[in-house]
Design a protein around this ligand. Structure first.
Ligand SMILES: Cc1cc2nc3c(=O)[nH]c(=O)nc-3n(C[C@H](O)[C@H](O)[C@H](O)COP(=O)(O)OP(=O)(O)OC[C@H]3O[C@@H](n4cnc5c(N)ncnc54)[C@H](O)[C@@H]3O)c2cc1C
Length: 499
């Protein structure tokens, strides 16, 4: 595959677009507007397939009758006036009953509590307001996909992940940095614990995570190992009734405010064992605010070097509020009970964290949908207010086509995220979780770019929300599996293996 990376990458993204088109077609059955949005979206996917097949018949084969059908279809439904007609009709979410109520509650929270402070936190590089965290805890946001028996709200049916996805989208519409992303870390740790934790660990940690009393951060990436996680160097060495941790982690988002770090470390000194030598730990720490922290503690024996954890926030262009830290850990001792899975979990940390990251991916796709939705709303509002050459921008065909295409793509992305959530609740959808993450996060870049463009110069001004959405969207394809790594090492690999 390494010799044909460019084609494998296109294959992964095209296959993901086709999956999204399937979700759009299900949505099309719900009514006339839904059908039109799906037609506009599917036409773009079909257009992409035909474009990719040109000159590459050997890997994207289309016979002439398929090609003609495809061209006929996209000619009709990419027609500019058809797409323009969708500019201000984004379609409803198609949710019913309790899910509609849940969406409404989180939407109201985002509008009333997040939006008024989101730009201020971004511009000032401030901390997430404590009130936001406690309010979300009270709303049950951190326990939406944690099983009821462990203090969460997931009843064990096919909709267990859907509530989390809906809430995440709405919170991210308010703010990626101080809203939707707060759920990601507890979600990853909870999933890793459910996969590999002992019963005692699940009973001890999960209720605290579900209630929001315990906030977590994820310490996996290291300065020299990001995509190549299997080769991380941080060590955990047996020490009395516990383990002593040494190493440097980076990009550890929320490490300051978090009460615990979910940390991946090498417990087997034999480096040739690669990922099979890794184990997962829960590191207790004190909370701290701001951009730096330093924690120290004495070894339980009262002797030896004092343990230290030092964190320094990395300045970023967006995704502000939680702060992403470089964290240096020296001689930090944790008891045996903080090794996920106990002795049975030794060497299995990589698998446990991967389980967590699968959930992180569907959650990140929902974050991307929320950011896109916010960008679309901002663009539509501005286009209706601003006059250029004597007409409102929204009255120009080109603006309408952009907005119509945004509406169609956002709805397809949303429906795709709902469908993957349902698959995951049934224990399926591992490949689709990567597909939805890779595809939707990239789409968010295009949507926020166009939304900014519709604002003209004001899109580049910090005082307009759309500039925050643009820089926030940019991170989505980098973390939780960089786009290229996900496309090549997960999606294309699995597709090729299954054919
Ligand atoms: C704001 C932010 C927050 C983050 N939060 C966390 C967190 O909370 N916890 C945590 O552990 N990590 C976190 N990360 C880290 C994130 O997961 C990594 O940045 C990501 O996994 C990529 O690793 P890297 O930065 O080392 O890039 P690299 O692995 O160095 O990759 C660089 C580029 O090369 C590409 N590439 C890699 N392998 C290949 C290949 N085989 N073929 C072709 N191209 C390839 C990648 O896709 C990427 O484009 C965060 C990152 C950011 C930016």
């Amino acid at each position: 595959m390494d010799d044909d990376q460019a084609i494998a990458y296109d294959l992964a993204h095209l296959a993901s677009a086709v999956q999204a088109a399937r979700s759009a077609l299900n949505y099309a059955r719900k009514g006339e507007l839904q059908l039109k949005l799906a037609q506009a979206y599917v036409a773009d996917v079909v257009h992409q397939i035909v474009s990719n097949s040109l000159g590459r018949d050997y890997c994207f084969p289309l016979n002439s009758s398929e090609r003609e059908d495809f061209i006929r279809f996209f000619t009709k439904y990419r027609e500019p006036n058809f797409v323009a007609s969708l500019a201000d009709t984004p379609g409803d979410r198609g949710l019913e009953g309790e899910f509609e109520l849940l969406q409404d509650a989180f939407r109201r929270f985002a509008t009333e509590k997040l939006m008024p402070v989101a730009d201020e936190v971004h511009r000032g590089n401030l901390d997430v307001p404590e009130e936001v965290i406690s309010d979300l805890g009270e709303m049950g946001a951190f326990g939406l996909s944690i099983p009821q028996e462990y203090g969460g709200f997931a009843a064990g049916g096919g909709n267990d992940y859907l509530a989390m996805v809906i809430a995440t989208e709405e919170l991210s519409r308010g703010s990626l940095g101080i809203g939707g992303s707060l759920i990601t870390r507890p979600e990853i740790l909870a999933r890793a614990l459910l996969k590999g934790g002992t019963e005692e660990q699940k009973r001890s940690w999960l209720p605290k995570l579900a209630s929001g009393r315990l906030m977590s951060a994820v310490a996996v990436t290291e300065p020299d190992f990001g995509s190549d996680v299997a080769n991380i160097q941080t060590t955990a060495t047996r020490d009395g009734d516990g383990w002593t941790i040494n190493g440097v982690k980076t990009w550890c988002t929320f490490a300051g405010r978090a009460d615990v770090l979910m940390l991946l470390a090498r417990t087997d000194p034999d480096r040739t064992k690669s990922y099979r030598g890794l184990s997962l730990f829960i590191i207790d720490k004190e909370r701290s605010s701001g951009h730096e922290f330093l924690l120290e503690k004495t070894h339980p024996s009262g002797r030896g070097a004092r343990g230290r954890i030092e964190g320094r926030a990395i300045d970023t262009i967006g995704y502000r509020g939680m702060h992403s830290f470089e964290v240096s850990i020296q001689n930090w001792w944790v008891p045996n009970e903080n090794l996920v899975g106990g002795d049975n979990g030794l060497g299995k940390g990589f698998y446990f964290q991967m389980e967590g990251f699968e959930n992180g991916r569907i959650q990140t796709a929902a974050r991307a949908v929320g950011v896109m939705q916010a960008a679309y709303e901002q663009a539509l509002k501005y286009a209706n207010q601003r006059s250029v050459f004597g007409r409102h921008i929204v009255d120009y065909q080109l603006t309408k086509v952009k907005l119509g295409k945004m509406a169609a793509h956002i709805q397809a992305a949303r429906q795709f995220s709902y469908d993957v959530a349902s698959m995951m609740a049934k224990g399926e959808g591992v490949l689709e979780a990567s597909m939805v993450k890779a595809y939707v996060c990239k789409a968010a870049e295009w949507v926020t770019r166009e939304a900014m463009q519709i604002h003209g110069g004001m899109g580049y001004a910090e005082e307009y929300t759309v500039s925050r959405l643009f820089v926030d969207a940019r991170v989505l394809s980098i973390f939780e599996g960089a786009d290229e790594t996900l496309a090549l090492k997960v999606i294309a690999k699995r597709l090729l293996e299954s054919n």
